[in-house]
Design a protein around this ligand. Structure first.
Ligand SMILES: [Zn+2]
Length: 221
């Protein structure tokens, strides 16, 4: 578990399962409310970390099982509503039969959502899944698996989804303020500006048939 404080919003990270998928809790220390971003398979630890706040919302970056396996018990325990892109909500049950209850708040495209006394900006970044999105709170970007390290998006097999992800990262994320800190679905936080710097090096040597595990710096070496 790690902590980071910006203004009066405090970010708590819970590493879940053997692989260590991240669940983030953003706590508004003024109102003692908060939201959870992604619910991997460690609902007890996620809930324990919420014992000093009222959970007002659950935000899902995309509908892969790794982000959803803890959703049902957390939803039951908190009564919090679920936000997710409408595109991914359409395949919600397909990926996770356990989550038979539909999300309360599917949203279209870009959205500004006010909950728990904070403003959450949803940014549509299709690619990793058709409805993948990132959430910006203050200058903190919760990127799911759209951008998982300074060094690039990581594992992709079909070239089409990789290209779509790169397009989303370049058009929607690298246009954000330079001081944004990225909190990925897997791994440690990093600077968005550093990732953009690495991307520019990568772009100069962009291979024509990229696939597999893409890291900006090493893909052609
Ligand atoms: Zn995923």
């Amino acid at each position: 578990m790690s902590n980071n404080i910006t203004n009066h919003n405090k970010i708590v990270t819970i590493r879940c399962g053997d692989v260590g998928f991240n669940s983030y809790i953003i706590k508004n220390t003024k109102t003692r409310q908060g939201v959870i971003i992604d619910t991997p398979d460690d609902p007890v630890n996620i809930m324990n970390a919420c014992n000093d706040i009222t959970v007002e919302g659950i935000f899902i970056t995309h509908t892969h099982p790794e982000q959803l396996q803890g959703l049902h018990p957390i939803r039951e325990a908190t009564g919090a509503e679920v936000w997710i892109s409408a595109v991914d909500a359409n395949v919600f049950n397909y990926f996770t039969p356990i989550n038979s209850q539909r999300p309360e708040n599917p949203f279209e495209g870009e959205s500004r959502i006010e909950v728990a006394g904070m403003e959450i900006q949803a940014i549509a970044t299709p690619g990793h899944t058709p409805g993948s999105c990132c959430y910006l709170v203050d200058n903190n970007l919760f990127s799911g698996e759209t951008l998982t390290s300074t060094n690039g998006p990581g594992c992709y097999t079909p070239i089409e989804t990789l290209n779509q992800t790169i397009q989303s990262v370049v058009d929607k994320l690298f246009t954000l303020p330079k001081d944004v800190v990225v909190y990925p679905g897997l791994g440690d936080p990093f600077s968005l500006a550093n990732s953009e710097h690495e991307y520019k090096i990568f772009k100069n040597r962009y291979p024509s048939a990229l696939h597999g595990n893409v890291l900006w710096r090493t893909s052609q070496e």
